[in-house]
Write a protein that binds this ligand. Structure first.
Ligand code: ADP
Ligand code: MG
Length: 549
């Protein structure tokens, strides 16, 4: 199989092509396995990194499943379905993307064996569904509770999510992450809601990770546009504009004929008057700080500075939205519409020098549930990867708090489910039993892969794990990749949210079912851009097949 996986699969050719029945299934499964193989070796703290080089030569180095799949160009529809698994996992729970993709790929790999034994896809699907339902029951039964007061456990959840991705000072970052989530969490009648959009992650290279900090408010990677403007504004009234403070330059084909110096002067005067009027409108609204999504003309900057109004320009749309939420201001798209009611509020807006660059800090916002995590790191690649790890950890802590349920990691929960599923399969019998057992085998792929990344013997590890889980009180036994032995992962503080594990099984099973249902692939070439792609570009040979699933 490893050999076949290395072959680029050229699928879309000129003219319409049709593949049916087992051939269609075989191709789809092959692709799904290849995609899963591409991320499998990154699993866990000892997982390897991938380097992805795009057409322009930009390099991304990552250990994060969702990021790797996002950066790869995958053209085959079955491959795209696998990318969707990662996206769904990322959207729903934010962590466990590699796990979800590996589960989906392995479910399909194991289904292939059943298909080879002439078991009909519909029976496999039925067995997989029953197994997925049972798996969730088992996980829920094995889960422990966690409360918002249990900072130590929350910290361990953040740590588990980041281990292997953040080399140093992960401990300090974990505290920061727990503080950030605690700051935005709301508890009403014992139910915790968390709007993760209230936590903004901003990154800046050029300092040690330990310099990372939590800011009560929003950070903009921008500087105040004009040196004559105040560098710090207290009791800020903020105008949020998504319109340029500029006079539109004439369209390319429009001509303005200027025949005399007077006319030129009149033209310049008129522009100046228009800019002055814009600034007057802003001043009249009561604003003392302008955040503009577009450009600000030099002259407008000068007028603003004269009025003592500070401004930043070309602010990202996502930052505009975050600011609107935090300061409770309204984004205005016509200057003339700007009134006092549209202005956002913050205690202080000011510029600070971070690693030689100016950044604008909007602190003491009207909405106190608005915080930023400023991620620091030595180089661009490091801050990028730390930012991703922080995202996963923030989501994990939020997930755990939201439903208050946690499980132990290191493959322990997966092995627990595998053992219980095999017992369950016995009660079902027939061919469906085989599918449920295949599902159990699939879950064991997680501890097996962790063992592999740690250089342990995968077979021995699984045999020992099974024995422990069949015995009493073995549910927390998993693969300790650092000590290279199986041990109690709860005691090792390797803890994950239940919802991450449930979502991984759910989305993995869903995509496996989707792929298994397909028995006909019809590819048209007249529309779509499929034919423009270089042959096999979505599947670089060796890039994916090397790991032999
Ligand atoms: P994913 O994208 O699925 O979250 P990760 O690369 O983050 O992939 O790896 C997560 C897996 O690593 C989980 O199964 C988790 O339990 C495991 N893990 C995390 N820390 C440890 C540890 N210290 N020892 C063993 N396994 C760990
Ligand atoms: Mg993870």
């Amino acid at each position: 199989m490893a050999e076949a996986a290395q072959q680029p699969v050229v699928f879309l050719t000129e003219g319409t092509k049709r593949t049916r029945g087992r051939d269609a299934q075989r191709i789809n499964i092959l692709i799904a396995k290849a995609v899963a193989n591409a991320v499998k070796s990154t699993l866990g703290p000892k997982g390897m990194d991938k380097m992805i080089v795009d057409d322009l030569g930009d390099v991304t180095i990552s250990n994060d499943g969702a990021t790797i799949l996002d950066e790869m160009t995958i053209d085959h529809p079955a491959g795209k379905m696998m990318v969707e698994v990662a996206k769904t996992q990322d959207d729903e729970v934010g962590d466990g993307t590699t796990t979800a993709v590996v589960l989906a790929g392995t479910l399909l790999k194991n289904a292939e064996k059943l298909l080879d034994d002439e078991i009909h896809p519909s029976i496999i699907i039925k067995g997989y569904r029953a197994a997925a339902t049972k798996a969730k029951e088992v996980m829920l039964a094995a889960a422990d509770n966690v409360s918002s007061k249990d900072k130590k456990t929350l910290r361990n959840i953040a740590l588990t999510s980041m281990t292997g991705k953040v080399a140093e000072s992960a401990e300090a970052l974990s505290d920061l992450i727990v503080d950030a989530i605690s700051a935005v969490a709301e508890e009403t009648e014992g139910k915790i809601t968390i709007d993760i959009d209230n936590v903004k992650v901003e990154k800046k290279q050029g300092a040690a990770l330990t310099e990372s900090e939590l800011i009560q408010g929003i950070i903009l990677d921008k500087e105040i546009v004009h040196s004559g403007m105040p560098k710090k504004v207290k009791n800020a009234k903020i105008a949020l504009l998504d319109v340029a403070l500029e006079i539109k330059s004439p369209e390319t084909d429009a001509k303005i004929e200027i025949t005399s110096p007077d006319q030129l002067q009149a033209f310049v005067d008129q522009e100046e008057a228009m800019l002055r009027k814009m600034v007057e409108t802003i001043k009249k609204s009561g604003a003392n700080f302008v955040v503009c999504q577009k450009g600000i003309d030099d002259l407008a900057q000068h007028f603003l500075a004269k009025e003592g109004i500070a401004a930043v320009r070309r602010v990202k749309q996502s930052d505009m939205k975050a600011l609107a939420r935090a300061t409770q201001g309204k984004i205005v798209s016509r200057i003339n519409d700007l009134t006092a009611a549209d202005l956002g509020n913050a205690a202080v807006v000011g510029e600070k020098k971070i690693a030689g660059d100016e950044m604008v800090f909007v602190e003491g916002c009207k909405n106190p549930k608005s915080v930023s995590v400023l991620v620091r790191g030595g180089s661009e690649h490091i801050v990028d990867e730390v930012e991703r790890a922080v995202h996963d950890a923030l989501m994990s802590v939020a997930d755990a708090l939201k439903d208050g349920k946690i499980v132990s990691g290191g493959g322990s929960i997966e092995e627990e489910v595998a053992v219980k599923l095999r017992e369950f399969a016995q009660t079902i019998g027939g061919k469906e039993q085989l599918a449920i057992e295949a599902f159990a085998d699939t879950l064991e792929e997680i501890p097996r892969t962790l063992a592999e990344t740690a250089g342990m013997d995968p077979l021995d590890t699984i045999v020992n794990l099974r024995a422990k889980h069949k015995a009493k009180d073995g549910k927390h036994i998993g693969v300790d990749v650092f000590k290279q032995k199986i041990s109690n992962m709860k005691e090792a503080n390797v803890i994950e949210p239940l919802s991450v594990k449930i979502q991984a099984v759910t989305s993995g099973a869903e995509v496996a079912e989707m792929v298994l249902r397909i028995d006909d692939i019809i590819a048209g070439s007249s529309k779509g851009k499929g034919t423009e792609m270089p042959q096999g570009s979505g599947m670089p040979p060796g890039g994916m097949g090397g790991m032999g699933m």
